[in-house]
Design a protein around this ligand. Structure first.
Ligand SMILES: *Cc1c(COP(=O)(O)O)cnc(C)c1O
Length: 417
């Protein structure tokens, strides 16, 4: 493969982690050229069915983002003051943010050092009869210990919400994230494992009742309890109302909240369908890059986070730990000087300002804190990287970990958009 100037630019914009090509463009044009609806049409249904089949979920409902998926999931928990929720601190802050608007008490559960996923041993110490839900992420896509977490939650009558924003393409003991919890939330934002034109999301659930509530909320219908009403006669002056608008078929007996509009467009869903078909190709590429990064890390004394036996890791994030006093920071600095876009995902959530305001403090999750502030390193690992770029990342990583002089590898090119 010949190297172009672009191959030498490592700073590929992080929002272009997904690959879009001719197939996606053709899918968009097909919808535009047809007379089919642009909203709530057959493509959305097809995408939802294909997605449900893929992850093994009974119900899959598209929404406009992963954040909205999590907002809906947390709304469906019907939390009240005095209820408790256990959540992981090592995640993007959208996992926990909707909890700020509830009256629930939030307990952050420390992570396991070999995965950065919620540690079931710690979870055991945090659950009690007030625990209504356990909310976790499959960190980087690497499946959390769901059998143990689900058993602990079930023993306390708590629901499990899995944030699967990283985990499309993962496997856990023969099953897939999206089928491992009461509510599963996916993101199709541009950097995720597949994208629906830059923004999008999905909620999966085994529960017909929860699916019905999500469908109502996303379609601007109120969230309440309903009983079938005796069909009313339409006023004679408005004969077109004689056919059944669902709003008139039922009586509202209890109102839980308002609805909103979170429908995903037909064009976005058409792209989602194509991307879902290409997922194996994307995951294979991510895993091949990860294997190369693993080699370099091991050669120079860094510790890659890998999947447990029985799991498949799709490497939405590639993560290694760099032990040694101050060493991670020196490696970060060296990578930065070569233009290699290393990252630290994510600042422990319980120490973000909004959670400090609620009284959360250092020391609450010692493992998450020690690793993120001292050892944690995320390296570029997505299918938009060329072979030459991967080679360059590996060379710069090897040099950074071995403490060599990095200026020789410094990029000359300006960075991408
Ligand atoms: C991206 C992400 C979200 C939010 O998804 P959006 O589609 O960007 O709103 C939530 N949780 C995690 C872990 C994410 O990575």
């Amino acid at each position: 493969m010949s190297q172009t100037a672009a191959d030498r630019v490592l700073n590929v914009h992080p929002s272009r982690g997904s690959l879009l090509g001719e197939e996606e463009a053709a899918a968009v044009i097909e919808v535009l050229r047809s007379d089919a609806p642009l909203s709530m049409g057959p493509v959305r249904e097809e995408f939802e069915h294909a997605f449900a089949r893929h992850v093994g979920a009974a119900h899959a409902l598209t929404v406009t983002s992963g954040t909205v998926a999590l907002e809906f999931a947390i709304r469906l928990l019907d939390l009240r003051a005095g209820d408790e929720v256990v959540v992981t601190p090592q995640t993007y802050h959208a996992t926990a943010q909707p909890l700020l608007a509830t009256g629930a008490t939030v307990r952050f559960c420390d992570v396991a050092p070999d995965s950065l996923n919620m540690d079931p041993d710690v979870l055991e110490t945090l659950v009690n009869e007030r625990t209504k839900a356990v909310i976790l992420v499959h960190y980087g896509g690497n499946p959390a210990d769901m059998d143990r977490i689900a058993a602990i939650a079930a023993a306390h009558g708590a629901l499990v919400v899995e944030d699967c924003a990283h985990a499309l393409g993962a496997e856990y003991r023969g099953r897939r994230p999206g089928s491992l919890a009461d509510l599963s939330c996916f993101s199709f934002q541009a950097s995720k494992n597949i994208t629906t034109l830059g923004e999008g999301g999905m909620v999966c659930t085994p529960s017909a009742e929860l699916a019905r509530r999500i469908d109502r909320i996303r379609s601007n219908a109120v969230d309440g309890s309903f009983t079938p009403a005796v069909l009313r006669e339409a006023p004679a002056a408005l004969p077109w109302m004689a056919y059944s608008a669902y709003a008139y078929e039922e009586d509202c007996t209890a109102l839980r909240g308002s609805g909103t509009n979170a429908a995903l467009s037909e064009v976005a869903c058409a792209v989602g369908l194509v991307q879902l078909g290409r997922l194996p190709e994307f995951v294979a590429r991510r895993r091949a890059i990860a294997a190369e990064l693993d080699d370099v890390c091991r050669r120079f004394g860094a510790v890659p986070l890998t999947a447990a036996a029985g799991s498949v890791h799709p490497y939405h994030l590639y993560t290694a730990l760099v032990p040694g006093e101050g060493r991670r920071d020196r490696v970060l600095d060296a990578l930065d000087r070569t233009g290699t876009p290393a990252q630290l995902r994510y600042h422990p959530v319980h120490l973000l300002p909004e959670w400090r305001l609620r009284g959360h403090r250092e020391g609450e999750c010692p493992v998450a804190e020690r690793l993120w502030f001292g050892e944690h390193l995320n390296l570029p690992c997505h299918p938009a990287l060329t072979d030459a770029q991967v080679e360059l990342v590996c060379a710069n990583l090897g040099a950074a970990l071995s403490g060599q002089d990095f200026t020789a590898h410094r990029e000359k090119e300006p960075s991408c958009p």
